[in-house]
Design a protein around this ligand. Sequence first.
Ligand code: ZN
Ligand code: ZN
Length: 114
Amino acid sequence: MVWNAIQSMDCHPSAERVFHNLQKGQSKVSRASVFRILGDLSDEGRILRIKMPVGPDCFDHRLEKHYHIQCTKCGAVADIFMETPGILRTPENLQGFTLTGIGIVYEGLCPHCQ
Ligand SMILES: [Zn+2]
Ligand SMILES: [Zn+2]
């Protein structure tokens, strides 16, 4: 049910928005369950969890490699499909960390806010 809600919400919803969407559908599922199930689904790779620079994590049903742009005014998120940006290099000194990934979210003003 939670997974289906994500599929039907083509807007990179936060966990809170998924919960409200399910409530509108008369679902009795609790907020805690929705948050836990979203975590499980992203751990299983069935949805993506996107850490946003501003605001809560978003969830995405599109699993193919892509990037995101977020409106700095209203927080709307859109998909950007492109090759890995050429400016990215692996740092020479990772301060003892093991690199597991990198998060890129572009920022801008959405058509509505311009
Ligand atoms: Zn906007
Ligand atoms: Zn996306």
